[in-house]
Design a protein around this ligand. Sequence first.
Ligand code: AVI
Length: 326
Amino acid sequence: MSHDIVDFETYRTEKFGSDRETARLELINGLSRPKARIAPKYFYDALGSKLFEAICQLDEYYLTRTEVAIFADHAAEIAEVVGPGTTLIDLGAGNCEKAARLFPALQPNHYVPVDISVEFLLRAVEALRKSYPQIPIHPVGFDFSESLALPAMVRKRSKKLFFYPGSSLGNFSPLQAAQFLTRIRAACGERGGALLLGIDLVKPVEVLDAAYDDALGVTAAFNLNALRHINRLLGSDFSVRDWQHKAVFNAAQSRMEMHLHARRDVTVTWPGGAREFSAGEGIHTENSYKYSRRAILDLLQRNGFGETSCWSDAESRYLVCHARTI
Ligand code: AVI
């Protein structure tokens, strides 16, 4: 497998050359709905990725440190369940830190970090190659939430271990999550594969409120930064000062929601279109579903995964699961 970034860029351009136009149409569609919404992937430009890294260091955002602790406390058991010789495919790799922490225990044969935020990913990979020269690393940049069209050289590898930590599955609706798991199952191939998943569990609302509206306002900046990203992609004229971060737990749907509310009446324009927002009107930017242990095991089992091993923390805040394909 080549380490060549040229290779990777060629693949990206051939397969995903129209990403920008797709994003533009998707954004216009979302902003023009009676209840405006945008997909959470628009958080992650270069600054958004850095803000998300900062969120992961906050006291209130228990998810990251709890997951890190579960992986650290159970590394040997996880490695035993996983077995040797895997191609570790890291979906939403970001700075690749989470997977890298598992390298000593899992000792993968290959590492394939996948992320939509390409420049950020390439910088992370450059550093990682210096620390782990023995592991071939093949970065892939695309929006895997839509399709799992991996390069042929990755597709044909046996013993794939898809790594999906950070409770990112929670950012899909239950239907999207089921479809996503089905796609991972298919991408594992017929010779068997597995998924190593980290997922946030249901818990008292005060803990969730603090995690999604922290005292320093980092999550607010993360949410608002999506508007700057949209301005660049769409040529729109959102003024960040006109908007306010809101986080709310929707108990009926078992999900934390993030919105941006207009601070006053606002008209946003972009080439060929416009949208008026009244004061207080919102743009729905993210759902973060919180699962029970039973619900996540059911979801895995209904979508192509059988034998499952799980690890949690003492307070049952978070769950890590290894699930083999059926
Ligand atoms: C990436 N994802 C799992 C995070 C979450 O908790 O839903 C994104 C995030 N949103 C607000 N804070 C962090």
